[in-house]
Design a protein around this ligand. Structure first.
Ligand SMILES: NC(=O)c1ccc[n+]([C@@H]2O[C@H](COP(=O)([O-])OP(=O)(O)OC[C@H]3O[C@@H](n4cnc5c(N)ncnc54)[C@H](O)[C@@H]3O)[C@@H](O)[C@H]2O)c1
Length: 230
C-alpha cells in the first residue's frame, strides 16, 4: 500500500508516517522541509504539486493524508500589517492545498482508497484570537464532507479528523503569538474534559483509523479531549 502524507516531516504528520511505516506501508512524505533526502513539496505551489504527482505516476495511492498546516494568530480587530497575508496563507495551506493536492492525486486513486483531512477542533468551536485559522479549519471540515459525497460513487472514502491541542512546533508558535489573556486560557486547557494535551501518536491512531476503516466516510472526528463539546 502506498500512502502520501502532506506535512509528514513534523508533529502529527510525522507520527502518522511512523505508524504507517510500522505497519509496512510505503509512505511518501510531501513536506516543505522533508527528512531523509526526500524532495521538498510546497502544497501551495501548483508546479510543486504537479511534480509530486509525476513522481508518483504508475503507483496506486491507497491513502492520502492532508496534515500540512499553518497557524495564523490574531483577532479580526488586532492591529497587524500582515493580517491579510496571514489570512491568505491560512487558506492557501489549510484549505486550497487540500483541494489541489487531492485533485492532482485522484487519478492515482481507485476504489477502496481513502483521504483524511486533518482540520482542527478550532474549526468546530472557535478559539479566541485565531479568526483566520478558525475560518480556514471550518472550511476544511466542509471541504472534506463535500469530497466524501462527491467521491463516494468512485468508492473513495473521505474523513476529517479534528485535533485538540498537541505539543508541536505549530502549537508552540501559536502560543507565542497570543495575548497574555488568551495564552493563559490555552495554558489552563480551558474546555478540555481530559485535562491534558493529546499526543501526536493519539492523533495518528485516529487518522490511520479514519483512513483504513471501510465503513467510515463523511465523518468529522474530534480527537480533542472533549473540547468541542462545549
Ligand atoms: N498541534 C496542534 O495543537 C493542532 C491542533 C489542531 C489542529 N492541528 C493541525 O494538525 C496538522 C499538523 O500540525 P502539527 O501541529 O503537527 O504542526 P507541525 O508544525 O509540527 O507540522 C506541520 C507540517 O506542515 C508542513 N507544511 C507547512 N506548510 C507547508 C506547505 N506549504 N507545503 C508542504 N508542507 C507544509 C511543515 O513543514 C510541517 O512539517 C495541521 O493541519 C494543524 O493545523 C494541530
Amino acid at each position: 500500500m502506498t500512502a502520501v502524507v502532506t506535512g509528514g516531516a513534523s508533529g502529527i504528520g510525522a507520527a502518522v508516517v511512523a505508524r504507517l511505516r510500522a505497519a509496512g506501508t510505503d509512505v511518501v512524505v510531501a513536506d516543505l522541509h522533508p527528512v531523509a533526502g526526500a524532495d521538498p513539496v510546497d502544497v501551495t505551489d501548483a508546479a510543486s504539486v504537479r511534480a509530486l504527482a509525476s513522481r508518483l505516476a504508475g503507483r496506486q495511492v491507497e491513502l492520502l493524508v492532508h496534515c500540512a498546516g499553518t497557524v495564523a494568530v490574531g483577532a479580526v480587530d488586532t492591529p497587524s500589517e500582515q493580517a491579510d497575508e496571514d489570512w491568505d496563507r491560512a487558506f492557501a495551506v489549510n484549505v486550497k492545498a487540500v483541494w489541489t493536492v487531492s485533485r492532482a492525486l485522484l487519478p492515482l486513486m481507485g476504489e477502496g482508497a481513502a483521504i483524511v483531512v486533518v482540520a482542527s477542533a478550532a474549526g468546530l468551536r472557535p478559539i479566541a484570537e485565531m479568526a483566520a485559522y478558525v475560518a480556514s479549519k471550518s472550511a476544511a471540515v466542509g471541504l472534506a464532507r463535500s469530497m466524501a459525497l462527491d467521491l463516494a460513487p468512485r468508492g473513495i472514502r473521505v474523513n476529517c479528523v479534528c485535533p485538540g491541542l498537541v505539543d508541536t512546533p505549530m502549537a508552540r508558535a501559536a502560543q507565542r503569538g497570543r495575548s497574555p489573556a488568551a495564552r493563559d486560557a490555552v495554558a489552563a486547557r480551558q474546555g478540555y474534559l481530559v485535562g491534558r494535551d493529546g499526543t501526536a501518536d493519539e492523533l495518528a491512531e485516529a487518522i490511520v483509523l479514519a483512513g483504513t476503516n471501510g465503513y467510515l466516510t463523511g465523518s468529522t472526528i474530534a480527537v480533542d479531549g472533549g473540547r468541542s463539546l462545549h
